[in-house]
Design a protein around this ligand. Structure first.
Ligand SMILES: Cc1ncc(COP(=O)(O)O)c(C=O)c1O
Length: 532
């Protein structure tokens, strides 16, 4: 439940217009808070809306509730009466207050009206990706490789047990907050493949790449600041900007060569941009790779405008050669690039370890890491260091790369055969995903709904940007199982897209689409995290 402290009188107006706010405290500076009985009433309404208090359930007694909330009995009585007036609860003689029959829907409407929403950095449809239907679910949505063929689970197991045996001491101690030197050294050696000579001393180990990106944003921005991003971009970035109360400035991005540098330069000259957050190598969802000349120019530009670039290199290792993997950081001579990576896409997403080399902000990041929860898990760090330094890691990357090339080729053929005429699909050099532009008449959110009813999940284009620009696009991921059932399911997605375009859905499919539209509208607390 969202905290009571986030509720302000102006958001409660439509529920209870009269005398909501207590007078501002002496000095008049404090924001008005809703009067106590309304705070309590709203908290209960939120429980009703979430379904935690079902119809017919008795509310806590007035006396208990007063004790729990540290308020007077009279305040609780007033709160319960308020709920009664709004049809959410009913009193029963000598028994107390009970949840009314249709309370959930009414409470949901009320809570939606009064709940304060954070200033949105972005307006996007809320979205939930769980597949329904009777078939074994097929997911083309998640970017996390799930297929066990992608990861060498036996090697991971061996490395973990070796680390537990050899570094038993770390199980009973607090360890270095910036991460164990063995892993920082291993990351520095891996960074050579990105063309970067990093010092282990400047590397901080994090809980994955997103955690590294979050710390970089915290180090270089304040709430309300503007951050330039690619369009379309990874929805996790949009969620992060929103959570940190940052504004997104979306830059046009070429499906092959990445973000437009002339557009970026114009933005840097005309907008108060405080940081750039980009994935120059195998961006998500476009899988664009910036040519090296552009990477060099980008490094120069951020130094010239003195704006930090948060560079996400989580996908660089998926490319076949070091030349293509090269990061913008390789051209950074003045420390304006903050590089964030992890091994979630190549070793294991579950290990939850990443890293950051933050250039000028290395010290700030080390401090943030320490104050936000000290060290990551040392045994896992040792195991990961072990895995990265085994010669087999490069061989594993080559196998991954080959396998994906094959899969993406097969998937592209199916798309070209079964999707509506006019569909375009990219041809990325590596990675796990394809970006598909359907004819404009096909709404990818509707397609998502009809597919979900058939047990298939896809990534609708809208979740990758702040506008409706990619309404007709899909990101399809092939990091899960890939056999005959998945290939048939992909063809089925295409056929459903055709029927959506032609308007030939069955009555029950049309109903599914309508119902889902309502569902998405109602679920603005649901984000797209389940796509990871
Ligand atoms: C661009 C990008 N960065 C980071 C991540 C996640 O990285 P991690 O799991 O290490 O936090 C993803 C996941 O898909 C991603 O697309």
């Amino acid at each position: 439940m969202k905290g009571m402290t986030s509720l302000h009188a102006d958001h409660l107006d439509s529920w209870a217009p009269a005398a909501l706010a207590q007078p501002a405290r002496e000095g008049g500076a404090a924001a008005p808070t809703p009067v106590l009985y309304l705070q309590i009433a709203l908290r209960i309404a939120q429980l009703l809306a979430s379904g935690a208090l079902p119809a017919g359930q008795r509310l806590p007694s007035v006396r208990d509730s007063a004790a729990q909330n540290n308020v007077s009995v009279a305040t609780v009585v007033q709160a319960y009466r308020h709920l009664e007036e709004n049809g959410l609860v009913q009193p029963r003689a000598k028994s107390g207050y009970f949840v009314a029959a249709a309370a959930k829907a009414k409470a949901l409407a009320l809570v939606r009206k009064v709940q304060r929403k954070p200033e949105p950095a972005v307006e996007r449809p809320a979205f939930s990706g769980a597949a329904q239907g009777t078939r074994a679910p097929v997911s083309f949505a998640g970017y996390s490789p799930k297929d066990k063929d992608f990861f060498d689970t036996d090697r991971i197991r061996v490395a973990l047990s070796r680390a537990t045996r050899l570094r038993r001491d770390t199980l009973t101690e607090y360890t270095s907050s910036v991460g164990m030197l063995a892993l920082r050294n291993a990351v520095a050696v891996r960074a050579l493949h990105l063309g970067c000579a990093l010092k282990a001393d400047n590397i901080v180990i994090t809980s994955g790449c997103i955690n590294a990106v979050a710390m970089c944003l915290q180090a270089v921005t304040q709430p309300g600041d503007m951050v330039a991003i690619e369009s379309p971009t990874f929805f996790g970035f949009l969620d992060l900007l929103e959570a940190l109360r940052l504004k997104a400035f979306a830059l046009p991005t070429d499906p092959r060569t990445g973000v437009s540098l002339p557009a970026l330069q114009l933005a840097l000259e005309t907008q108060p941009i405080k940081a750039l957050l980009l994935v120059p190598t195998l961006s998500n969802p476009l899988a664009s790779v910036m040519p090296l000349t552009q990477k060099r120019a980008l490094a120069r530009m951020v130094a010239q405008y003195k704006v930090p670039l948060i560079e996400d290199v989580v996908f660089n290792d998926l490319l076949a050669s070091d030349a293509r993997r090269r990061a913008v950081k390789a051209y950074d001579t003045e420390g304006w690039v903050m590089t964030c990576g992890s091994f979630a896409k190549t070793v294991s997403p579950g290990i939850r370890l990443g890293w950051v080399e933050a250039g000028r902000w290395s010290h700030e990041i080390a401090t943030l890491k320490r104050v936000q929860g000290a060290s990551t898990n040392a045994v896992l760090e040792y195991a990961l260091a072990d895995l990265l330094t085994q010669g087999s890691y490069e061989a594993h990357l080559r196998r991954l790369c080959e396998r994906m090339k094959q899969r993406l080729g097969q998937a592209r053929k199916i798309i070209q055969t079964h999707f509506p005429v006019g569909t375009q699909v990219n041809d990325p050099p590596a990675g796990y995903t394809l970006w598909v532009a359907l004819p404009e008449a096909v709404d990818s959110m509707d397609l998502f709904s009809v597919c979900r009813a058939q047990g298939i999940t896809v990534g609708p284009g809208q979740i990758f940007c702040a506008s409706h620009k990619y309404k007709h696009c899909l990101r399809l991921s092939f990091a899960g199982a890939w056999g005959a059932p998945e290939q048939a399911a992909l063809a089925e997605v295409g056929q459903l897209a055709r029927r959506l375009q032609e308007g030939t859905l069955t009555a029950s499919e049309s109903q599914t689409v309508e119902a889902s539209r309502m569902d998405f509208m109602c679920r603005d607390d649901v984000t797209a995290h389940d796509l990871w």
